[in-house]
Design a protein around this ligand. Structure first.
Ligand SMILES: [Zn+2]
Ligand SMILES: [Zn+2]
Length: 182
């Protein structure tokens, strides 16, 4: 249903069927600002719908906009209860968000400590392993290749092979990352 059609449908619900709950549900279904504004504009003629709309729009539309539409001196039945209910809802939402944040923070520290533990773990290098750059055995007796650089990923390099290249990252894993990104 397009914008004009939806606006007409809302008009029918408001003025012929005269069912405010149905109108609120209709606005939620389409979640369109123009429709919400059309509904709110009904306030000037029908102050009794303000509280129904306030109760219905939580999580969909900013209550501040609705409250802003109430005219000075306008008498709104049950406005006080409705506002209290709404504030409780936001209060509850605030508590849920703050608990969720605490859980996330705990998770973060737990994962971070796992990473640090993993990174501090010793690396074994056997003489069957190959240098990922020159593809010769990483441990060779009596040559200048015997100094090696080892990364957490398990890849090892002869120091002379990796020298001059960036030693911050494993060359082999960088290549692999590039292949995956393509
Ligand atoms: Zn090498
Ligand atoms: Zn690697």
């Amino acid at each position: 249903m397009g914008g004009v059609e939806a606006a007409e449908a809302l008009n029918v619900i408001l003025h012929r069927i005269r069912d405010i709950e149905m109108a609120i549900e209709f606005c939620k279904e389409h979640d369109d600002n123009d429709l919400w504004n059309a509904l709110i504009n009904e306030f000037s003629n029908h102050p009794e719908i303000v509280t129904k709309v306030l109760d219905g729009i939580v999580d969909y539309f900013s209550p501040a906009v609705i409250v802003g539409k109430i005219k000075m001196g306008q008498n709104i039945p049950n406005l006080r209860q409705s506002l209290i209910k709404m504030l409780w809802h936001y209060n509850l939402q605030g508590e849920i968000l703050s608990s969720a944040q605490q859980i996330q923070l705990n998770d973060y520290f737990e994962i971070h400590s796992e990473i640090v533990t993993t990174q501090r773990r010793g690396q074994q290098v056997s003489n069957e392993q190959m240098c990922s750059l020159c593809h010769r055995p990483v441990l060779m007796v009596g040559t200048h290749f015997n100094c090696i650089t080892s990364f957490e990923c398990g890849h090892v390099y002869h120091k002379p092979c990796i020298q001059g290249k960036l030693q911050k990252n494993c060359k082999e894993c960088n290549l692999w990352n590039l292949t995956v990104e393509k």
